[in-house]
Ligand binder design. Structure first.
Ligand SMILES: C[S@@+](CC[C@H](N)C(=O)[O-])C[C@H]1O[C@@H](n2cnc3c(N)ncnc32)[C@H](O)[C@@H]1O
Length: 300
């Protein structure tokens, strides 16, 4: 059998003005979010920083990871740092904050997916319903609805859903059709299958480990294949796109690629895969942050 292997691509967004990766190195990254700079762990940055030490010390806040895989705390270096502040991307507005975890409310490298998805939704000029699983602060949901889609946004955390709704209001998209659902991603998708729901687009941002609102355990390697099968069952007869992004898991983009190819077999589209990266301002290096695979309908 002649199987053509996929090309792995590195995707990076060049359309941000409110965000910059200023520097990276020594397992950390120095970033600018609007007017504030923060330093956070970045295990992939196994090289030396290009900027002087004092530029890093001037960061408004720094996240110190605890030994081991998870946990840590923010150290505020500049008293002027507000609890949360506003940022924007192409007409979308959202809050970012240094709070309970190292995540601050946005994954800037995912902007390439938002642009891609919006392009597809606008191109087809038909009614598109998008399912956003593990939707977090909702920026992908807002991007989809900004382009004209109806969205069902699922997250286990009431707090994340609250953040996402706030971002909807901030972006002036309150009148857009977004259904906000606090539920376990797998349970919800299986239930949607039984109800014969149909989605043209699916966004998945599964963490390595998580919990549903009733304590349901999400473990990527145990449950991802089942989740993809459940997603297949809720795809409409005319699917438009599926995108999977994964962080901090011991898997290659090829794993996502082949599982997505298998899921989308016979549906008339193409799959690509690779890494999402941030371009460093200091030395131009590409800092890899996530792996992805995505499928889009062809001939639309
Ligand atoms: C921070 S986001 C994206 C994370 C990113 N992919 C990563 O691994 O860092 C993960 C989101 O998934 C949600 N989540 C975790 N377990 C879940 C589950 N079982 N069902 C639905 N959402 C879940 C969390 O509440 C969170 O908002």
């Amino acid at each position: 059998m002649d199987i053509i292997p996929p090309d792995l691509v590195v995707m990076r967004s060049q359309a941000w003005s409110d965000y910059e990766l200023l520097d990276s190195g020594n397992g950390r990254k120095l970033e600018r979010y609007g007017p504030y700079t923060i330093a956070r762990p970045a295990p992939q940055a196994v090289w030396q920083p290009a900027l002087e030490e004092n530029r890093w010390k001037e960061a408004h806040a720094a996240y110190q990871a605890a030994p081991g895989e998870s946990g840590g705390r923010w150290v505020i270096n500049q008293p002027g740092l507000p609890g949360e502040w506003e940022m924007g991307y192409k007409g979308l507005k959202f809050h970012v904050h240094v709070g309970a975890s190292r995540h601050i409310g946005v994954f800037p490298e995912q902007a390439v997916h938002w642009d891609w998805m919006q392009g597809l939704i606008q191109k087809v000029r038909r009614s598109i319903h998008v399912l956003n699983l593990f939707g977090y602060s909702g920026i992908a949901s807002l991007a989809a609805t900004q382009a004209g889609a109806r969205v069902s946004h699922v997250d286990a955390s009431r707090k994340s859903i609250g953040m996402a709704r706030e971002n909807q209001a901030l972006s002036g998209l309150e009148d857009r059709p977004i259904r906000w659902i606090v539920d376990d991603a797998l349970k919800f998708t299986l239930r949607e299958g039984r109800r014969r729901a149909a989605y043209e687009g699916i966004i998945l941002d599964p963490p390595k480990f998580g919990r549903g609102p009733k304590g349901e355990v999400w473990e990527f390697f145990d449950l991802f294949p089942r989740l993809l099968q459940a997603c297949r069952a809720v795809l409409s007869a005319q699917p438009l796109f599926v995108v999977i992004t994964a962080y901090a898991i011991q898997a290659s983009a090829l794993s996502l690629y082949y599982s997505l190819e298998e899921t989308m077999q016979g549906l008339g589209g193409e799959t690509s895969c690779g890494e999402l990266a941030l371009v460093e301002k200091s030395a131009g290096r590409l800092l890899s942050t996530a792996i992805f695979a995505r499928w889009e309908a062809t001939g639309i």
